[in-house]
Design a protein around this ligand. Structure first.
Ligand code: HMG
Ligand code: MG
Length: 285
């Protein structure tokens, strides 16, 4: 019997947040609808962050209002603070994600806060989400390398993972934000982090800047991780992480997982069609 693995699709958020062009909500909605038809169980469709910081994501409420919600699919939103959580709730996101960094340099650049300050902000987000019955996912960025501070110690990652676990995050996604992680570094990080949170509650979020994302997926699979974030068309990057390029492409990850004998429940043809749509959006619509 084949084993299951899940791809958490992040292109409408992590992909489109990094595009120079302001993409109209109607195009984002079409992409999310195409993804819903491909069989994803979870899709990150928006972020409710400061529009001064990420103008590309300012229309998250319009996107959530316009999509056709497929039964059984959870539509997620990134929320940096209570205001963001309230926006996500009003727009009827099914779950929210809080996002911290393992390195101080990126925390400051991305959230204008130290790691401790960012975690303090997340407390009210988690309380509000829980009061509303919304699941909370956690992200840790820069799990091996930071564009500002260089190499990141696994113990620094583990500390933030433990804090997110204490908040009750149902899953923590480990971000190689700038795609500089080597398989050895990812393995060393996972060896320590799985001491704080079991692999079944962890996800891999590999950017493919150095072309090593699939190798890092293999390392994570060997450690028991079965959820991977990816973006159709290989879109992606963070505007506050210099040098970061696309997320691992969903099409490539799907082929890789399938070849390794994992069942994902995805329709490869529909994934490819969504990928073509995403690439067209990147190229100017
Ligand atoms: P700040 O400037 O320190 O805080 O930003 P502020 O409270 O002074 O807010 C600035 C302005 O934004 C104010 O407006 C606020 O009202 C407004 P003004 O008074 O100047 O008119 N504001 C908001 N507006 C809408 N929704 C909100 C919100 N909050 C404040 N929720 C802040 C602090 C956290 C807001 C800012 O740093 C921010 O928004 N950062 C988010 C950056 C971001 O979205 N980065 C990309 C996502 S993370 C990522 O890609 C990594 C990931 O993929 C994993 C990986 O790859 O590693 C997840
Ligand atoms: Mg990312």
């Amino acid at each position: 019997m084949s084993q299951r693995a899940e791809i958490f699709e992040v292109s409408p958020r992590d992909g489109l947040q990094n595009e120079a062009r302001m993409i109209p909500a109607a195009e984002k909605i079409a992409l999310v609808d195409a993804l819903s038809a491909a069989g994803f169980r979870r899709i990150e469709v928006a972020s409710f962050v400061s529009p001064k910081w990420v103008p590309q994501m300012a229309d998250g409420a319009d996107v959530l209002a316009g999509i056709r919600r497929a039964p059984g699919v959870r539509y997620a939103a990134l929320t940096p603070n209570l205001r963001g959580c309230e926006g996500a709730r009003a727009a009827q996101a099914d779950e929210v994600a809080i996002f911290a960094s393992a390195s101080e340099g990126f925390s400051k650049a991305n959230l204008n806060a130290t790691i401790a300050e960012s975690l303090a902000r997340f407390g009210p987000v988690v309380d509000a989400a829980k009061a509303d019955g919304m699941p909370v996912r956690g992200y840790v960025s820069c799990v091996t390398d930071c564009p500002f501070d260089g190499a990141v110690a696994p113990s620094d990652v583990a500390r933030v993972v433990a804090a997110l676990r204490e908040f009750g995050c149902y899953e923590v996604s480990l971000g190689d934000t700038i795609g500089r992680g080597t398989p050895d570094a990812v393995d060393a990080m996972l060896a320590i982090v799985t001491g704080e949170m079991e692999a079944a509650q962890l996800a891999g979020h590999f950017h493919d800047t150095s072309g090593r994302a699939l190798e890092n997926v293999d390392v994570a699979l060997a450690r028991g991780v079965r959820v991977f974030d990816a973006a159709v068309g290989g879109l992606g990057g963070c505007p506050y992480a210099p040098g970061a390029s696309g997320n691992v492409a969903t099409e490539a990850l799907l082929a890789h997982l399938t070849a390794a004998g994992y069942e994902t429940g995805l329709d490869a043809g529909a994934v490819a069609a969504a990928g073509m749509m995403a690439k067209g959006m990147r190229d100017g619509g």
